[in-house]
Design a protein around this ligand. Structure first.
Ligand SMILES: [Zn+2]
Length: 177
């Protein structure tokens, strides 16, 4: 249930920021500069960015150590789980408002919490949540297909699908043709 609520919050944020200009916003050019907060999850977040690069051959990212230089900032936040002992992962993305029809800054928050010390947070879950939120940062909206990473609930997804890639190609048509 909580996962659902967070997904809806993410959706609302995207809807609000997208409604400022007509059409769907996106980054104008690649590479997009990324800052990832220090965390044990940093490698898996980088893996998610690499997947977007490898699968689209268009989305390119470069990393910086200073948040001020970054277009996309990835943060981590702890989030208590609903049931005792149950692990929980979700994320949000917020694209900051701009006036020129393009996205310039995004803040991704990956929420994770180990309810008990002996419960491991799976990097495979964080990977999928990161893929999804990076998709939002790039301007993608939710998919209606539960198989897609951009579906509003993360669960059974393992990798970016043709549906996700087509959504990207539509948004970045001038770069993918
Ligand atoms: Zn979402």
């Amino acid at each position: 249930m909580k996962k659902f609520i967070l997904a809806v919050i993410t959706f609302i944020l995207i809807t609000v920021t997208s409604s400022i200009a007509a059409g769907q916003k996106r980054y104008k050019e690649f590479p997009v500069t990324v800052y990832i907060e220090s965390s044990t999850h940093k490698p898996v977040i980088k893996q998610a960015f690499s997947s977007w690069t490898n699968m689209t051959r268009v989305a390119k990212f470069k990393y910086t150590n200073s948040p001020e230089e970054a277009n996309i900032i990835v943060k981590f936040a702890e989030q208590p789980s609903v049931n005792k002992g149950e692990s929980y992962v979700a994320g949000t993305n917020m694209n900051l408002p701009s006036n020129d029809g393009y996205i310039h800054n995004s803040i991704i928050t990956i929420k994770s919490k180990k309810q008990k010390k002996n419960i491991k947070m799976y990097d495979s879950q964080i990977y999928i949540v990161a893929l999804h939120e990076i998709g939002h940062a790039l301007g993608l909206q939710h998919s209606n297909n539960p198989a897609d990473v951009m579906y509003y609930v993360s669960g059974s997804q393992r990798m970016l699908t043709i549906g996700d890639l087509n959504a990207f190609k539509t948004l970045y048509a001038d770069k993918t043709n």
